[in-house]
Design a protein around this ligand. Structure first.
Ligand code: GLU
Length: 274
């Protein structure tokens, strides 16, 4: 009689997807730990993906530094580390499909030309639709934008019900940038789908991106994972910790103290051995 092993398998696939724009700091540790703890709590897999698609923002050695820090803190990921820089062909295929469906169009607008457009919540400009019905004559394509319409609603596991009217909040957004780089929104959707990610756990600074990502999933016929956005760590000035706000790298600090502080930030109450 063979044993039924199906009870030990889990359909949960989570991930941590840092951008190598600097060393791992306390804010990114929160996203790593929240996604790791949620995956392991659900007996799920936890994948590691280095989001190095935005070449101009990559800092040499940062990816290796992040991996070393995660190892030092005791994180264990499943499978090979995925690097976006090796997956450009998949992003091109997705853009090809969107083109075939008539979901994207070429845009000639420069940043300067959009400077008067209202600001979106994420600091980008709400696209006024200038090139929506074709490039003005004599102008050349710079970027590719996806045509948006309608409202995207989803239930965040922590933040509750969310709704985004994409047209008024962001307008048609860029999927292939003027510098030839695929945009984060497209890359992340293709990567999560290819890896079979079922649960996305990340910082609330990305809550604004989720509606656009779900929209792309729908246009590409991909499943939508469940989303959970954890609160963002801020410094004393109320700014999100990032390289720009000089977040201190956590290298060199004792792992146990860091992990305890991160768990407490996440509202957990671990017993301290200190
Ligand atoms: N690479 C993004 C960041 O470091 C995270 C993307 C995601 O989790 O979807 O902010």
């Amino acid at each position: 009689m063979s044993e039924n092993l199906s009870t030990t398998s889990s359909s949960y696939v989570g991930r941590f997807a840092p951008s190598p724009t600097g060393a791992l700091h306390f804010g990114s540790l929160i996203a790593a730990l929240a996604s790791y703890a949620d995956a392991r709590h659900h007996s799920g897999q936890w994948l590691l993906r280095i989001e190095d698609i935005d070449v101009p923002r990559n800092v040499p050695g940062a990816a290796e530094g992040i991996v070393t820090t995660l190892e030092r803190l005791g994180f264990e990921w499943d499978g090979e580390i995925v690097r976006q820089s090796c997956r450009v062909a998949r992003y091109a295929e997705a853009l090809g499909r969107l083109r075939q469906q008539g979901d994207v169009y070429a845009c000639c607008c420069s940043r300067r030309e959009l400077a008067e457009a209202p600001l979106a919540r994420d600091g980008s400009r709400i696209y006024p639709g200038t090139c929506r019905s074709g490039l003005p004559s004599g102008r050349e394509a710079r970027a590719w934008r996806v045509r948006v319409s309608g409202c995207i609603a989803f239930d965040d596991r922590v933040q509750g019900p969310q709704a985004d009217d994409l047209e008024s909040a962001f307008g048609d957004f860029v999927v292939l940038r003027a510098d030839g780089q695929y945009a984060y929104q497209l890359a992340v959707v293709v990567d999560d789908a290819d890896a079979g990610v079922t649960h996305v756990v990340r910082g609330a600074d990305l809550l604004d991106s989720t509606g656009r990502q779900i929209y792309l999933q729908q246009r590409l016929g991909l499943a939508t994972p469940k989303y959970l956005h954890v609160p963002v760590v801020v410094n004393e000035a109320g700014e999100k910790l990032s390289k720009q706000t000089l977040a201190t790298a956590i290298d060199g600090q004792p792992p146990a103290r860091l992990l305890l502080a991160a768990l407490r930030f996440l509202g957990q109450n671990p017993r301290s051995e200190e």
